[in-house]
Design a protein around this ligand. Structure first.
Ligand code: PEP
Ligand code: MN
Length: 360
């Protein structure tokens, strides 16, 4: 398996992009920019156009927001960036002198949309950030970067913001399949990868932890959503943190980077393995949920056909299959059968309850 981290870069100062999810008003932008400026962030972010999954929500102020961004740039000397979803967005953002443009997760999922944006960027030297697509597809992510490089964009960074989960998870809004980062690094080792903990966790209480994990894994920077009054934000209110909270996180990171390089190296290694294990655990959990859902369907079928929950012949057959597969894969057959028996018992219990319930 390729390496998730770029550990020699861990000691370098992280590249920090921070700012609100959306540009909501001139006052809001100037206020949060004033609070972020002393933190020496590398780029101030705010969405002028917000691609919302469902219609009817706040979709951004568009061109008006670009004027406010320009004011932030001039008044605070901050580099400023926004998300672009169409060639028209690119043209306008360049017209207003934005320093960074990012391609969001919904757009990087669409090769034609990325090609159109790339065409509009041809001949410019603006910095471009590319978020991973909403599905866990490293080739699609690398492909979006290739399309931008093909028109001569040299200053590119990737941003990992997790992927839409199959089932809702209490821990993550977008599941961080860290293996995707490893796959992208294998394809494009020279591209720095930032982590977007805000969209991964979806909850401000977990943003700090994820920032630490990302740095321990050797990611080169962070994109963090910050708002002066997070709970009042017009988009992504649950995940934005205050500039003061970001400052605390940056101080903790700075402290960690003062550790010796061997201490850091062992943290990077462990964090990488833990993250890969978490991917596998999540996949096992999702399969368990699918299995239990199927159980409910089978129970209905058995009830309609007057069959009992436990079918011994079928059970013995499956158990034998488990034993054979375990031996083939070099796993302990007793352990695998025990595990399977436990899952099966739970399944029969569910089925019996379901069958009895409907009889009443
Ligand atoms: C955002 O950064 O506000 C955003 C919309 O992100 P993503 O494309 O990752 O959903
Ligand atoms: Mn957002």
């Amino acid at each position: 398996m390729s390496d998730c981290s770029n550990s020699d870069k861990y000691t370098e100062r992280p590249f920090i992009v921070a700012g609100p999810c959306s540009a909501e008003s001139r006052d809001q932008l100037l206020e949060v920019a004033a609070a972020l400026q002393p933190l020496s962030i590398d780029c101030f972010r705010a969405g002028a156009w917000k691609p919302r999954t469902r219609p009817g929500l706040f979709e951004g102020h568009g061109e008006k927001a670009l004027q406010w961004m320009q004011e932030v740039q001039q008044e605070f000397g901050l580099r400023v960036g926004t998300e672009v979803c169409t060639p028209q967005h690119v043209e306008l953002a360049l017209q207003y002198g934005l320093d960074m443009l990012w391609v969001g997760a919904r757009t990087s999922s669409s090769p034609f949309a990325v090609s159109e944006i790339a065409q509009a960027l041809q001949g410019t030297s603006v910095e471009v950030l590319v978020k991973n697509p909403i599905s866990p597809d490293a080739a699609l992510w690398a492909g979006a970067i290739d399309r931008l490089r093909a028109v001569g964009i040299a200053d590119i960074k990737a941003v990992f913001r997790g992927c839409t989960p199959l089932s809702s998870s209490a821990r993550f809004r977008n599941f961080p399949y860290w293996r995707l980062v490893a796959l992208l690094r294998a394809e494009l080792p020279e591209i720095p990868v930032l982590c977007d903990p805000s969209h991964i966790t979806g909850a401000r209480s977990r943003v700090a932890d994820l920032c630490l994990v990302a740095r321990e894994m050797g990611m080169e920077g962070l994109m963090v959503e910050c708002h002066q009054y997070p709970e009042k934000a017009l988009s992504d209110a649950a995940q934005q943190i205050t500039p003061e909270q970001l400052q605390e996180i940056l101080c903790t990171l700075q402290h960690r980077s003062s550790l010796s390089s061997s201490e850091q190296e062992s943290m990077v290694g462990l964090a990488r393995y833990r993250a890969l294990l978490a991917d596998v655990d999540q996949a096992m959990f999702e399969l368990l949920v699918q299995r239990m859902n199927l159980t409910a369907q089978i129970a209905r079928y058995k009830r309609e056909h007057g069959l009992s929950a436990l079918q011994p012949e079928q059970y013995n057959h499956v158990l034998q299959q488990c034993r054979n597969m375990a031996e083939l894969e070099g796993l302990d057959a007793e352990f695998v059968c025990e595990l399977y028996e436990r899952v099966h018992q739970e399944s029969v219990r569910h089925q019996s309850l379901e069958i009895e319930k409907k009889k009443e």
